[in-house]
Ligand binder design. Structure first.
Ligand code: GLN
Length: 260
């Protein structure tokens, strides 16, 4: 049984893609123990980690997590989409088993959930309109300006910790359900800067009339989120991550999604 699973997995891995996960799940028949499956949650609107293209969920996190799960004994059940700040409740309520959403590993979140080993590093970027005359070079230059970020993010943390009450008022901070709305409001002139993870800032800058004014070093590392009592999935994901790094898949995916 486990041997035929393994060879199927290898065959399917060579075929690649989402159809694989569906066909594995399809073949498992009814009554497959839910403890051996992984349903993943993400928050699209965070390119190139996760976004919708022609109605389809795509991105680095999507490909990476599916490749990682493919290296484990778990069956991949599919994706559920949430706003970013609903992901941790969805995980702790058992609606999903894993968060793959460019989520930074930090102490605050570590009190509620656990993380896999890190799979990507990032700092924060301060993004402004490309055609504007506002070109800040440091946080102090944001003085008295309306600033945007996505709710529940580390970018919001930078705004709250470094700006609010110091260089801007609480009212000058605009919190958005997702970063696409924040960038749209920046383009529309309703905020003068958005604080957002560097790789996502660069992706927006490549596709929309915005640019990175400067970066603010935070040394963040992204991990997959799991429930605190779920040591089994945590160690399976860590082994899977090591395997995709080893096989060259990790590097292929960073090349595809970040041109690195
Ligand atoms: N890395 C940031 C955080 O964890 C933003 C993640 C996101 O918006 N998807 O808060």
């Amino acid at each position: 049984m486990s041997e035929s699973n393994l060879s199927r997995r290898k065959y399917l891995a060579s075929v690649g893609g989402t159809a694989v996960a569906l066909s594995v799940a399809g073949c498992s028949g009814g009554g497959g123990g839910s403890s051996q499956t992984i349903t993943a949650g993400t928050a699209p609107g965070f390119p190139p980690f996760e976004m919708k293209e022609g109605g389809e969920l795509v991105g680095f996190d999507i490909d990476l997590l599916e490749a990682v799960v493919n290296e484990t004994d778990y069956e991949f059940e599919g994706w559920e989409e949430f706003e970013f700040d609903s992901l941790i409740p969805a995980l702790t309520n058992n609606n999903i088993d894993v968060i793959a959403a460019g989520m930074t590993i930090n102490d605050e979140r570590d009190q509620t959930i656990d993380f896999s080993d890190p799979y990507y590093s990032s700092d924060q970027a301060i993004v402004v309109r490309a055609d504007g005359d506002f070109s800040p070079g440091a946080l102090g230059d944001l003085s008295d300006r309306p600033i945007g970020a996505q709710k529940g993010t580390t970018g919001e943390g930078v705004v709250q910790d470094e700006l609010v009450g110091d260089v801007i008022t609480e009212n000058q901070y605009n919190a958005y359900d997702n970063y696409v709305l924040a960038i749209q409001d920046l383009e529309n002139g309703n905020v003068d800067a958005v604080v957002i993870d560097v790789p996502v800032a660069e992706t927006f800058a490549a596709n929309r009339p915005v640019e990175v004014a400067f970066t603010y070093e935070t040394g963040e590392q992204f991990g997959f989120g799991v429930r605190t009592d779920d040591d089994a999935r945590q160690s399976a994901l860590n082994d899977g991550l090591a395997a995709v790094r080893e096989s060259g898949t990790y590097q292929e995916l960073t090349g595809e999604w970040f041109g690195q």
